[in-house]
Structures are given as C-alpha cells and as structure tokens.
Design a protein around this ligand. Structure first.
Ligand SMILES: Cc1cc2nc3c(=O)[nH]c(=O)nc-3n(C[C@H](O)[C@H](O)[C@H](O)COP(=O)(O)O)c2cc1C
Length: 160
C-alpha cells in the first residue's frame, strides 16, 4: 500500500500534523505551495486568505506534478479558512483528477467546526472512498506527544 499526504499550511499547524501522519504511515508528502504567497501576519493574513476562499479563487500552485494513481491512500490536510478548506485546495482538486482512491481527511482550526470543510472535500471528490477524518485545534500549541497518540489511534481505526 502506497500512501501520500497532501497538505497546505500557512502557520505550521497543519504541517505539523501532516508530517506526523507521513512518518507514521511511511508516506510521501506534498506541501501545496502557491506562486503568490499568502501573508502570514496581521490583518493582511485574514484579508487575503478570506477573500481567496469567499471568491473561490484558484491560486496558482508551483508544485511539481505527481501522478496520484500510484497511491492507494491519499490524506488531505488543510487549515480551516472561513469555515472550509484553504483555497489552494480549489486548485489542487481542479488540477488533479482524483478517482477511486481511499481518502483520509484532517484539518486544523482555531476552535470552530470542521464539518463544512470535510463535507466540501467529500462533495468535490465524490468518486472516492472516504476512510476517516480527524481534527485538531491549534496543535502547535499543545503537546506533540498527545497528537502523535491520537494520530496513531486514528490510523489504527482506518479501514485501509
Ligand atoms: C483567513 C483565516 C480564516 C480562518 N477561519 C477560521 C474559521 O472559520 N474557523 C476556525 O476555527 N479557525 C479559523 N482560522 C484559524 C485557523 O484555522 C487555525 O489557526 C489553523 O490552526 C491554522 O492552520 P495552519 O497553521 O496550518 O495554517 C482561520 C485562519 C485564517 C488565517
């Protein structure tokens, strides 16, 4: 079984979780990188990222193309932006035609709901088999050991 973790992270939280999942599963990892970087600080951070979600923008990705068909299980991880996934995933979903894969979802929030984010992923990628989802609240600030433990437990419970 070949595994891939695809994630976007502005401030490092989703990156932290993505790296733990990749390590646990011996997975390849792909960080979505946009041509124009989103500001990481202050009001600009909220303005540009929110605008990008609200207007359903497709920020240009500069990642090297990879063939997703070689992976059995694909894990997608995003921060919650305005209630849903970060806009770089709009581009990813548009550009990579993903069918018949097992997909696990993870998201990092500031404490709000991740339901809409997971529902939208499932709607946009409906020709796949969703195996599980897990959420974290600002994991950079909490105990890393606790996160590793919950990820291990989650992975164990997945039907993959
Ligand atoms: C533009 C923007 C919008 C956000 N909207 C939400 C939200 O709707 N609900 C929420 O719980 N957190 C929201 N957050 C907080 C992030 O989801 C949270 O800080 C997350 O851990 C960041 O992940 P990252 O470090 O991987 O970028 C928002 C953050 C940004 C920058």
């Amino acid at each position: 079984m070949k595994n891939l973790v695809v994630y976007f992270s502005l401030e490092g939280n989703t990156k932290l979780i993505a790296e733990i999942i990749a390590k646990e599963l011996n997975a390849d990892i792909m960080e979505l990188r946009t041509k124009k970087e989103f500001p990481k600080k202050g009001l600009k951070k909220y303005f540009w990222a929110s605008k990008s979600v609200i207007f359903r923008e497709n920020p240009i990705l500069i990642n090297k193309y990879i063939d997703l068909n070689q992976y059995d299980n694909i894990f997608l991880g995003s921060p919650i932006w305005v209630g849903t996934y970060a806009s770089p995933f709009n581009t990813f979903i548009r550009d990579y035609k993903i069918y018949n894969r097992n997909i696990g979802l993870f998201a990092c929030s500031g404490g709000g709901s991740t339901k809409k984010c997971f529902d939208e992923f499932k709607k946009m990628l409906k020709w796949n088999n969703f195996v599980g989802e897990i959420e974290f609240v600002g994991p950079l600030k909490v105990d890393k050991e606790k996160n590793i433990k919950s990820i291990k437990q989650w992975i164990k419970g997945l039907n993959i």
